[in-house]
Design a protein around this ligand. Sequence first.
Ligand SMILES: NC(=O)C1=CN([C@@H]2O[C@H](COP(=O)(O)OP(=O)(O)OC[C@H]3O[C@@H](n4cnc5c(N)ncnc54)[C@H](O)[C@@H]3O)[C@@H](O)[C@H]2O)C=CC1
Ligand SMILES: O=C([O-])CC(=O)C(=O)O
Length: 370
Amino acid sequence: MEITAWEIMDHTLLKKILLVLFCTFLFWKIIRYMCGLLKVDKEPVTVLVTGAAGQIGYALVPMIARGLMLGSNQPVILHMLDIEPAAESLKGVKMELIDAAFPLLRGVVATTDVVEACKDVNIAVMLGGFPRKEGMERKDVMSKNVSIYKAQASALEEHAAADCKVLVVANPANTNALILKEFAPSIPEKNITCLTRLDHNRALGQISEKLNVHVSDVKNVIIWGNHSSTQYPDVNHAVVTTSNGHKPVRELVADDNWLNTEFITTVQERGGAIIKARKLSSALSAASAACDHIRDWVLGTPKGTWVSMGVYSDGCYGIQSGLIYSFPVTCDKGEWNIVQGLKIDEFSREKMDKTAQELIQEKKLAMSCL
Ligand SMILES: NC(=O)C1=CN([C@@H]2O[C@H](COP(=O)(O)OP(=O)(O)OC[C@H]3O[C@@H](n4cnc5c(N)ncnc54)[C@H](O)[C@@H]3O)[C@@H](O)[C@H]2O)C=CC1
Ligand SMILES: O=C([O-])CC(=O)C(=O)O
């Protein structure tokens, strides 16, 4: 068969067109594959917030959904628990979370069922509890919280993820955390903590105001002990970053009398001062501190910096083991470790022991309510 010149040219053209189409297709496939490799969409982390219809809850859940707790590339699923009388209000919070269209928020559960709330939870922030009311004895409040924390400990133990990290905020925070630990024996004791980061941040704030320096330049204050007015805010190891390196806070403040009296009582009594001013307890700063606590625990503390966390004591610094006591800690790869070897002077020793004594009494009271 005879092939004309036109037909030969036509063939070549056709081949070229096919080749271009094939190359475009291949290029597109490669680009899609590379995009897949670079994709940063992680598995969502499930975060439980109990008492979520309350005022800290209302400040905290949008922070979590915005990535302030676990990072700006970490999707989250929120589980919110409250009690029946707050169910309608909780529903409203869920509606607002949907309306806010948070890109990281991959699901919201709002429930009054503790089992549903605890299911597959990776992080639990416990805000729910029974507040002290007029005319109530400490023992009455303790007894109500012991039963709440006992029940929630069992639900977490049975239904949460095996490596669930717990942060107790509700007061009495240290002792509620201790009860939770007692009744959730299969959750590792290192995974149960309480919030003293608010007190830590308050101490940083006071030093920053006194020295007129940026708060992010102040570091390594310590809150020892109970989240109560016996806590000991300690600046003996705290420093300020200056253009000439780190300078001790004591040297810069140059007023030991202020540091040993007014500074300590201001931090110890700050919660009460906020209640007096707002007629409500601290909520935005408590929510922010809860985010700081979990973020540093999960993602790590910056090099050379420690933070304060209420953790299970092992006897170090002469603090009786078996209490949830606030210590200076560093965090790495999801684990906290108490900063060791800090020098403790006589003034500090006395204050650290006083707050430990209060925790021993609270523990006794809690155990008597069981
Ligand atoms: N550790 C810290 O630094 C701080 C601790 N707190 C404490 O945090 C807690 C929460 O404070 P707010 O949000 O201001 O209180 P709030 O009274 O506004 O909210 C508490 C919420 O817990 C709910 N609740 C009560 N019993 C519950 C249960 N068994 N299960 C689930 N939810 C339950 C209530 O219905 C309410 O919605 C309080 O105990 C407060 O004293 C407050 C500030 C700082
Ligand atoms: O007593 C309260 O509810 C408030 C509180 O713990 C604080 O602000 O430190």
